[in-house]
Design a protein around this ligand. Structure first.
Ligand SMILES: Nc1ncnc2c1ncn2[C@@H]1O[C@H](COP(=O)(O)OP(=O)(O)OP(=O)(O)O)[C@@H](O)[C@H]1O
Ligand SMILES: [Mg+2]
Length: 356
């Protein structure tokens, strides 16, 4: 080999989650209600990816589909792979394996996902005994270690407690511990901090970021909080009416949002130097309410005729994947930001080092 041999190419990053062209329509008798339209999203090994958007845009549905939790009467098309395994065509046994060993979900409201009459210890050891065949003593030891890992001060006592004896923040840590029990490679966190105060939110997020660092976890983080997504995520996908309208690195999205909806979301953030909030005008539409054209057109300050008539295509532009008709999407974003009040408050994404 010569000294001048070319440097080896960087190894490709393994995709932990790959959602491609995912569409879901729920059947209700003769009615058809489309919920997701051609959603594509990836999360590489060790990456933290944000999914943001208004209520009803399809964030939870996308996340649940990643672990095969689709509505009962639904037509589902597209591809979903977790760590290279097909999810949509998986048998119930294969799905159970994916959920118990590869991908875990953390739900927004821990109290809605935990049996109030069951002790924390029973809740945590059940999966360890059932899926991993651990003895009761071994499962209890592991559960206590998991509680310590998520920063609960007295694991042995907490194992004997009931959910109502723990605060919301403590219970969310229990849910994270439960999600970690199968040693997953992928965490799907559906608004894990929305119901919590800002201090507890910061603690929960720092636990997730530490787990990503220490365990090499990949995380998909669903949140309403754009600032949180920009601060914590490597990349962000913005969802509107069942579609991803923009995806880019967190830094790039905050620097120059290209889709008018993304720009409007940034402009709508509360800021200390602004007396009133700049809400995105109009109400968010469900995909099923969109007859034609771009779903955001009725609220878009830059919409032109074609936006109301023809659905826009998705294209790459300067590292952004954006679904918008306006030719110069950077200008579209800027124009929308100006129309809804400029981005007066700069965002400060964490540096790569700070995030990891
Ligand atoms: N099981 C279901 N059957 C039929 N429609 C559903 C089902 N679950 C969700 N939907 C519909 O799908 C759309 C997207 O819902 P989803 O829960 O994914 O929104 P979201 O973006 O997570 O909103 P939020 O921020 O309020 O949690 C909504 O119109 C909702 O009513
Ligand atoms: Mg949701």
């Amino acid at each position: 080999m010569t000294a001048a041999a070319a440097a080896p190419a960087a190894p490709p990053r393994t995709a932990m989650l790959e959602v491609a062209d995912l569409s879901i329509t729920v059947r209700r008798g003769a009615d058809r209600k489309p919920i997701l339209a051609s959603v594509s999203l990836t999360c590489a090994k060790g990456e933290i990816v944000g999914l943001v958007g208004e209520s009803g845009s399809g964030k939870s549905m996308t996340l649940r589909t990643a672990v095969g939790l689709t509505p009962e009467k639904a037509d589902v098309s597209g591809q979903v792979q977790v760590s290279g395994r097909d999810v949509l065509g998986a048998s119930p046994k294969e799905l159970a394996e994916v959920r118990s060993r590869t991908a875990s979900m953390i739900f927004q409201d821990p109290r809605a996902h935990i049996n109030p009459f069951q002790r924390i210890g029973t809740f945590l050891t059940e999966g360890l005994r059932l899926h991993q065949g651990r003895s009761k003593a071994e499962a209890t030891r592991m559960a206590a270690a998991l509680l310590a890992e998520v920063g609960l001060p007295d694991p042995d006592r907490h194992l004997r407690q009931y959910p109502h004896e723990l605060s919301g923040g403590m219970l969310q840590r229990v849910m994270i511990a439960a999600a970690l029990a199968g040693e997953p490679e992928l965490l799907l966190a559906d608004e894990p901090t929305t119901a919590l105060d800002v201090t507890t939110q910061a603690e929960i997020m720092s636990i997730l970021l530490r787990l990503r660092r220490e365990r090499g976890l990949s995380i998909v983080l669903v949140t309403h909080d754009l600032d949180l997504a920009v601060a914590c995520c490597d990349r962000i996908h913005v969802m509107y009416a069942g579609s991803i309208v923009e995806a880019a690195s967190a830094t790039e999205l905050a620097r120059a949002p290209q889709h008018p909806y993304t720009a409007a979301l940034f402009a709508a953030r509360p800021a200390p130097d602004r007396a009133e909030l700049r809400a995105v005008s109009g109400r968010p539409l469900g995909l099923y309410e969109v007859e034609r054209g771009c779903a955001f057109a009725p609220r878009c300050p830059r919409a032109v005729d074609v936006c109301h008539d023809v659905a826009p295509r998705t294209r790459e532009n300067d590292g952004h994947r954006v679904t918008c008709h306006l030719e110069e999407s950077a200008e579209a974003g800027q124009g929308a930001a100006e129309a809804s009040g400029t981005l007066t408050r700069p965002l400060t994404p964490l540096t790569k080092g700070e995030r990891s």
